[in-house]
Design a protein around this ligand. Structure first.
Ligand code: SAH
Length: 504
């Protein structure tokens, strides 16, 4: 089954291009094409020059763009580039950002091809600011802009390597969105050994292209995107919608946690499916009105993102105890008791953000101990549940009192099942290669009673973001599920545990 069916619905390459026609009409493409015994016209996907001929030919044929791409730089593949742009377009439309306003985007790391700004300006009429650190790529990108007469729409700016967004944005200017295809790797070694997909997946059919400078950055994509998130936090609503591509699946939820902790109003992700490669899009915003998820997109239906569970701490009368610091201290004590791993990701005067990870279910055990201490027999507990006519769902797994935490979408969630495995693609089109990893360890777990024991490198039972924040005079706890075998219900249970044990 072809994965092309998961491409964005408006992606013109859902129907693969006809290589025979391309070879007949375009001499440059013909030079790199060959005819198989079966009569099928093909190219050598391991040859960067052939890949470049395919991309430049399609840019000319389908978008009337003449593009120079040096062979020592990344050759962009178009299905992925279009998937990303179309998703941004969906978010802009859903958020009504283009109504009576010009769309002005920023492409961070535009590369020599300047591919995103060229496509955005040519096909959508958007204005674009393109940044790049590599001098040779900047020169080439500028030539591409001029060759296509898009100098009014696109500005290419050389920036220093330690700059992502801060210092790029003109004072007082408002931007619609940012986008970025970041360097995915932390080292050259990672690039070389990147093809660590599970053995049942075919490697990408095309050869890797691009210089090490384009593919590698200190700390890999996580560090790069972390800096982007931090810059976005400083810029806030000056940009309506922040987006980035993510190359490794295992980083998606991790980064979502950081986005949540940075205080974004909304955030969401989307899968870009093309060829044998999947990439991910992350979107976040500091504007309430801006949407980061689009209804009706196939991949979004599979998204694991749901709004966080939240709980407003009741005021107990002791005003001094009702402070952020006291609540955080008390929470840390409970977190220790539950043996959760806890990492502080963000701290301001009005909020503390953490990620918490559980490798086994310690909260239900506590409940069990409590029950034992209360001298309740198992039968009694069963009777109690049955007597109220509520199953474990209604009561929460630990049979706590009815739920007082709120979650707009309810606590039950079918997406807690193992990650959806996509079918493999027999591709006609080349796909981005090099970053290879599908990310995330294989799911391997065993259970002993109610305690999961995880293999090293596997998924935890639960990983969630935890935000404690002051809003007006209230203190609010927010927990969002990031990943884990237990599914989202565990977040609800842990938050319930916090609620029952917080002593103010
Ligand atoms: N956008 C292009 C190129 C992506 S490769 C495409 O999709 O094909 C990543 C690019 O980011 C490289 O060209 C690299 O030189 C550039 N880059 C790395 N760090 C950067 C930074 N801090 N600011 C801007 N560009 C950066």
């Amino acid at each position: 089954m072809s994965m092309n069916k998961f491409m964005h619905p408006r992606n013109i390459y859902k129907t693969p291009p006809n290589f025979k026609e391309l070879a007949i009409k375009y001499p440059e493409f013909r030079k790199h094409s060959k005819q198989e015994l079966s009569g099928k016209t093909t190219i050598d996907f391991k040859d960067p020059a052939a890949l470049r001929a395919l991309t430049t030919t399609l840019l000319l044929k389908d978008f009337n763009l003449t593009v120079e791409i040096p062979l020592n730089r990344l050759v962009p593949t178009l299905p992925l580039r279009l998937n990303y742009l179309l998703w941004i377009e969906d978010l802009i439309v859903a958020s009504k950002l283009g109504v009576s306003r010009e769309i002005h985007g920023i492409d961070i790391g535009t590369g020599a091809s300047c591919i995103y700004p060229l496509l955005a300006a040519k096909t959508k009429g958007w204005r674009m600011l393109a940044t790049e650190i590599d001098e040779e790529s900047v020169g080439c990108a500028q030539r591409n802009v001029l060759a296509n007469d898009l100098g009014h729409e696109i500005e290419v700016k050389r920036v220093d390597a330690d700059v992502i967004l801060n210092g790029v944005i003109d004072e007082g200017k408002q931007y619609t969105f940012t986008m970025c295809n970041p360097p995915f790797y932390g080292s050259e070694k990672d690039v070389i050994t990147s093809d660590n997909r599970s053995s049942n997946r075919k490697p990408p059919s095309n050869s890797p292209t691009g210089s090490m400078g384009e593919l590698v950055v200190d700390g890999g994509e996580v560090n790069f995107i972390r800096n982007m998130i931090s810059d976005s936090e400083a810029l806030g609503t000056r940009v309506s919608l922040y987006t980035t591509m993510v190359g490794h699946k295992s980083n998606v939820n991790l980064l979502k946690g950081e986005i949540a902790a940075a205080g974004a109003c909304n955030y969401g992700s989307y899968e870009f499916c093309q060829g044998r490669t999947t990439r991910w899009g992350l979107a976040w915003t500091f504007k309430d009105s801006v949407k980061t998820m689009v209804d009706g997109l196939v991949a979004n239906k599979k998204s694991k993102l749901k709004p966080p569970f939240s709980y407003v701490l009741p005021k107990g009368g002791d005003d001094e105890a009702y402070s952020l610091e006291t609540v955080v201290e008390s929470l840390k004590e409970i977190i220790n008791r539950l043996e959760l791993q806890c990492k502080e990701v963000k701290r301001t005067k009005v909020m503390h953000g953490f990620t918490v990870t559980a490798w086994r279910n310690t909260w239900s055990k506590q409940r069990h101990k409590r029950r034992v201490a209360q001298g309740k027999s198992k039968e009694e507990a069963g009777e109690e549940a049955g007597g109220r006519g509520q199953g474990p769902e209604a009561q929460g797994e630990d049979g706590c009192e009815p739920l007082a935490v709120s979650n707009p979408e309810g606590s039950k969630d079918s997406s807690s099942s193992p990650p959806n495995k996509r079918p493999r693609l027999e591709t006609e089109l080349p796909v981005d290669s090099g970053s290879g990893s599908r990310g995330g360890a294989e799911l391997q777990s065993s259970s002993r009673g109610d305690t999961f024991v995880m293999d090293k490198g596997g998924l935890p039972l639960l990983k969630a973001s935890l935000v404690v924040k002051c809003v007006s005079s209230d203190i609010i706890l927010e927990m969002a599920w990031l990943e884990g075998l237990s599914g989202r219900d565990a977040v609800h249970q842990v938050l319930q545990f916090f609620k029952n044990n917080l002593k103010l």
